[in-house]
Design a protein around this ligand. Structure first.
Ligand SMILES: C[S@@+](CC[C@H](N)C(=O)[O-])C[C@H]1O[C@@H](n2cnc3c(N)ncnc32)[C@H](O)[C@@H]1O
Length: 259
């Protein structure tokens, strides 16, 4: 199965460089990702290939004109009537790991319409009803990076893209918890050592340590995730222990400070 993506953009070079690097490049080489860009300027009707114009009503910024977008989308829809249209926009619903998992299984061609400047002429929404996704509550210059973020997150979940599929399975959010800490050689570096259990070769003890550390990170950094995570009785017991450890640590910290 391969993910088929088309990105409509004013800046194809920005996208090509990312598609030609690292994991996305490897996925394309393996035939697991097929990605292409469509230059919006090629669909502009005037001889200067202008794809943007001033906003009606005045004010700052430019708006992507409707005609090139309508032409580009109509052409793509003619070739593939079943395509899935995605509009990256800060106004969309937040893109999550769950959305990435769902996208990684998509069999339709996904067309990402990359806005720029103030965004796209509103009539595009009215005519094509795109799915709107935001990658977070901040504003980027264009939809190119946002589209690539979504594609990257989806592609690494396609079986065969990562060298070891196990690594995606325990990534932060995939299990409902944050990932555990990772260490590599050397075992000792500048007086900092790797937790001994990881050197023990005892797989059960390592798995228990990893689960505990995942719970510890989530409790410390994203306690909001714990409410939705699937937790066993053992996990709840560990969380109680970790919360008690935190209380003891806080109290001893307070008593040191008060002396
Ligand atoms: C400068 S932004 C336009 C923002 C728009 N005026 C607004 O406030 O909703 C230009 C383009 O960048 C993309 N973009 C910016 N922030 C984004 C975000 N958080 N998520 C997804 N796309 C974003 C969208 O494609 C958008 O059309």
């Amino acid at each position: 199965m391969s993910l088929r993506c088309t990105l409509i953009t004013l800046f194809p070079d920005m996208i090509r460089d990312v598609l030609n690097t690292s994991m996305l490049y490897r996925a394309r080489e393996k035939g697991l990702l097929e990605a292409q860009t469509v230059n919006l300027r090629d669909f502009a009707e005037d001889r200067h290939h202008v794809a943007d114009d001033h906003p009606y009503g005045g004010g700052a910024g430019m708006v992507l004109k409707p005609e090139p977008i309508f032409h580009a989308l109509s052409r793509l829809k003619e070739a593939d009537p079943d395509l899935r249209l995605i509009l990256p926009t800060p106004q969309g619903r937040t893109f999550t790991q769950h959305a990435a998992e769902e996208m990684s299984r998509e069999t339709r061609r996904m067309v990402f319409l990359c806005g720029h400047y103030e965004g796209v002429d509103e009539r595009v929404r009215a005519a094509f009803h795109p799915e709107e996704y935001s990658i977070g509550d901040y504003v980027l210059t264009g939809g190119e990076l946002a589209s690539l973020v979504m594609i990257d997150a989806a592609v690494r979940l396609i079986p065969g893209v990562l060298g070891d599929p196990e690594s995606a399975r325990h990534d932060s959010f995939s299990t409902g918890l944050l990932d555990w800490p990772h260490y590599t050689r050397p075992a000792e570096f500048q007086g900092l050592s790797v937790p001994p259990v990881l050197l023990s070769g005892n797989h059960e003890a390592i798995a228990r340590w990893r689960r505990r550390e995942s719970l510890r990170s989530t409790l410390a950094k994203r306690p909001d995730l714990l409410g939705k995570a699937v937790l066993s009785e053992g996990d709840r017991q560990i969380l109680e222990e970790l919360a008690a450890e935190n209380t003891i640590r806080r109290k001893s910290h307070e008593s040191v400070e008060s002396h």
